[in-house]
Design a protein around this ligand. Structure first.
Ligand code: FE2
Length: 382
């Protein structure tokens, strides 16, 4: 069969996308639903194209926008060299390994990763993944915008192993650790306002990353880091919130994959006026808030909890991050359904914990979060 006849038929006026047909043609498990409890244990199967065990994950809220898949590298082995025509964010789920880039002329450049490392895999760059552990398989998650890309160029063969090896790392630092950047008012980072972001191709441990900044408007005395990778519209941010706290509910656009580097808790997601979906989470859980669904994160564990959100390109970010939109896209504690607090306090009680939120957040619209952050974190800006 020629590549031409293998091409999925584009469907007109349909929310079934070219990518969906391609994904299902790969003969590996496709995990669906609202969340994955633990990416380290989901069923995989042999993926011929990648020459490894793999599974795709398409959660509600990702359709047509972003793609996630998990792959596994056998103990002590390397996978075949791949080169894809799209950028991906890689995230190490368990174990240690190596990524080797093969440059034109055959020169190799290698960096090491560990659990919760995050790095960009640039388009058109030939690479090979190696398991550095001799006794057990290791798993990685990849996040990309392939569903969008395939809606524009619906030829799967275009994306896999077609283009020649790229020159990533020849013109810039090769997988140096990220550095802090102050946003430019009209250019890079303008969307973030005064918040700084971190720019780089490698974040060695999201579990242990300690350069967080206050993110008071989202509640719970939370802190955040915004991450941007070179030469791609993919980005990420991570938020940490204290023991016994939960974030305000908010909503935005589709396609953000949220993976948990650390902590134990649950999230509630709902479309305005509809039933609520409860997502229990722990390290290596994955979920995606669907387009314009409110969602709210709760820490019920005994350590500060972290969630890492991988973002699709900016046209899908939605509206909630602008101050002027908060009134309709974020629910203040004082306005929330009382059952939200009741459920949270009941879950904490089961674990012998109590709420760390000042009761005044439920009565004072202008609660001083900067002061709360000082009490929780020991520093107003940390
Ligand atoms: Fe969100």
């Amino acid at each position: 069969m020629s590549a031409e006849t293998q091409r999925p038929q584009a469907r007109l006026w349909s929310k079934r996308f070219t990518y969906d047909d391609w994904m299902e043609s790969q003969n590996v498990p496709v995990h669906r639903g609202y969340y994955i409890a633990d990416l380290r244990t989901i069923e995989l199967a042999w993926w011929e194209l990648g020459q490894c065990n793999a599974a795709f994950i398409q959660l509600v809220g990702q359709e047509g926008v972003t793609s996630t898949r998990v792959i596994e590298i056998p103990a002590g082995k390397s996978l075949k060299v791949n080169s894809f025509a799209f950028d991906e964010i890689g995230y190490a789920l368990d174990g240690h390994g190596l990524t080797t880039h093969i440059l034109p002329g055959g020169e190799k450049r290698t960096f090491e990763w560990q659990p919760s490392s995050m790095f960009i895999m640039p388009r058109h760059q030939a690479y090979q993944l190696t398991n550095a552990e001799g006794s057990k398989p290791v798993r990685l998650m990849f996040f990309n915008y392939l569903p969008m890309a395939m809606s524009v160029v619906p030829d799967p063969e275009f994306y896999f192993n077609g283009p020649p090896p790229g020159q990533y790392g020849q013109t810039q630092d090769f997988y140096a650790e990220a550095r802090m950047v102050k946003p430019n008012a009209v250019g890079d980072g303008a969307y973030l306002g005064k918040r700084v972001y971190w720019y780089g191709n490698f974040f060695p441990s999201m579990k242990d990353w300690d350069k967080m900044a206050s993110n008071a408007h989202r509640g719970a005395g939370s802190t955040s880091v915004y991450c941007q990778f070179p030469d791609t519209e993919l980005s990420a941010h991570m938020s940490e919130f204290a023991v016994g706290t939960y974030k305000k509910a908010h909503r935005h656009g589709p396609g953000r994959a949220i993976v948990i580097p650390r902590g134990e808790g649950y999230s509630i997601m709902w479309e305005e006026g509809k039933d609520k979906v409860i997502i229990p989470w722990q390290e290596a859980s994955l979920f995606v808030p669907p387009d314009r669904w409110f969602h709210q994160h709760f820490n019920i564990g005994d350590v500060p909890a972290r969630y890492l959100a991988m973002h699709p390109p900016m046209q899908f970010h939605g509206h909630a991050e602008k101050v002027t939109d908060r009134a309709k896209d974020q629910i203040e504690y004082i306005d929330e359904d009382p059952t939200v607090r009741e459920r949270f306090e009941a879950e904490l009680a089961k674990r012998g914990l109590t709420s760390g939120l000042d009761p005044k957040v439920y009565t004072e619209r202008d609660f001083d979060w900067a002061k709360f952050a000082t009490e929780v974190h020991g520093s107003g800006t940390n």
